[in-house]
Design a protein around this ligand. Sequence first.
Ligand code: SF4
Length: 643
Amino acid sequence: MSFEKLLSPISIGKMKVKNRFVVPPMGTNFGNPDSSVSQQLIDYYTARAKGGFGLIVVEVTAIDPLGKAIPNEIGLWSDDFIPGFKKLVDEVHKYGAKIAVQLHHAGRQTARGVIDGQPVAPSAVPCPVMKDMPRELGTDEVHELIRKYRDAAVRAKKAGFDAVEIHGAHGYLIAQFMSPYSNKRIDEFGGDFISRMKFPCEIVKGVRQDLGADFPILFRISADEKVHGGRTVHETKAIARLMEECGADAMHVSICTYGSMHWMFVPPSVPQGFNTDAAAEVKRSVTIPVIAVGRIHDPYLAEDILLSGKADMISMGRASLSDPEIPNKVAENRIHEISPCIACLQGCVGNLFDPDILKVSCLVNPLTGREGVISTDKTTEPKKVVVVGSGPGGLKAAYIAAQKGHDVTCYEKSTVLGGQFRVAGIPSTKHDILSAIKHYVTMGRKYGVTYKTDTEVTAELIQKENPDVVILATGSVPLLPRIKGIENPSFLKAIDVLEGKREAGEKVLVVGGGMVGSETAEFIAERGSKVTILEMMPAIAVDVPPGPRMYLLARLDEYGVTAITGAKVTEFREDGVTCLIADKEEMLTGYDSIVLAMGSTAFNPLEEKIKDKGYEVFVIGDAIKARKAISATEEALKVAASL
Ligand code: SF4
């Protein structure tokens, strides 16, 4: 495949874009606390421009302080913000990309802690996720808000942006007006279809009037809100036609509201390009370009979407976090070097919603968000580096250290690279993980890493190698709590079942219902066994992010997996367990197989033996403490980049 279409230019109104690759607006929270543009934000977008994206749509940008959805959301409600945006625009323009800004008001989809006040909305109907009761906007206030969108657009033009995008998707204020699900008004802004559309129509028409006939306006919309009573693609098609008549130059077709957020950030169990048919439907209603979005990571898929006429441009959201250079790699025929998004949601969504982090990054590419502070440029003092372990941390550290010009050998005790990360990629819906392992090894080989499998590293081996640096990425091992009877050799470890080393019987008890236990239960049940999960917590899979958890629970349900929660095992028996459930002792027996999935514990057998021997020693990832894989790749990057 030649990727001719992806690499071909296109016009949005009078704006000529060099290719079809779009960075869609994604909230990073990289703005300053006063909502001005930060250097981190500039570095982040500049990296994507440098990577060859034709069009960058800068993330949610509030037209009013009450409209912020995330704490550091950037704003355009005052002229004071213009110089910061100008700096951003100038940097992005240096690489030939076009840059638009997404004008946004969250309406009811925010929190008092974020906006320092009560949220506002078309009607006093709370968002099912944020729950806070919003204040219904008066008719005059709605007209004022239209003015604010228009003023923010004028500021965007003054800052040098090439286009603006009006955010009518994802259940935010404009979407709240458009949808009968959230708009219960009977004034000029509600009650029937055309009145619900008055708010977006007035905004688009007003922006067109203020910015002139030639300034491109994009409109973002959720094709289907995926909630009971929400809009579907049929109405969206009519809205798209209306927006084109009002002056929009492109439709950017997304999906969902907060009430159906599991469609916004889908896990790997949802196929790539799942929303593309909706974009194709919208395309049938308009003559302006349509941008498709929704887990489109692979350039082969993207090219096919364009060639089959389903859309005119492709937004690569999470894929642009995991690799800001996708367009350049496609243009230079370096497809195999693309750093893949594995839809894990750990760095992008997980970090953004983690109250201790609140900023986007990426498990596969933790340089995201650190572009200006971490350098992987060549070193002037090459060192001999030994990496012990080839899980995500070991592989990432090896590749980055080699990229910097160090002489790197990476050891793995098993016959295959990847460690437990590879095993995590075995369940049916987790295969994308394997693409990350393959990527790390491909890049490691490119930069000269020597991989040695089937080799258990000892202190003597390290002494023989005599490296300058040792990076210990030995990971974790299954945790076996001291419970009577647990040492039974007939019991299976989850990892052995997934690897095909041991097989479960017909009636199976999986002890431990975290992510590993739940996914192993699914893996076994998918093959026809009758599986019960036993979990100490009140619910299973609580360590899985909320969206992916919904999909996982639905699949467990589909396979007939049952769960017993709030159960503390007190003794293992030959064919079951004795446990305490609500302080009552219960015996669960009659199982053919007991599978242990009770967590992991750090495995770091070498540190004590090799410290003070003259090598620089670093410990990363689970070898410090069993955690999410993103901790391993982040630590790997920091350590390797520091060498
Ligand atoms: Fe994709 Fe995971 Fe990176 Fe998010 S953290 S962009 S889901 S690889």
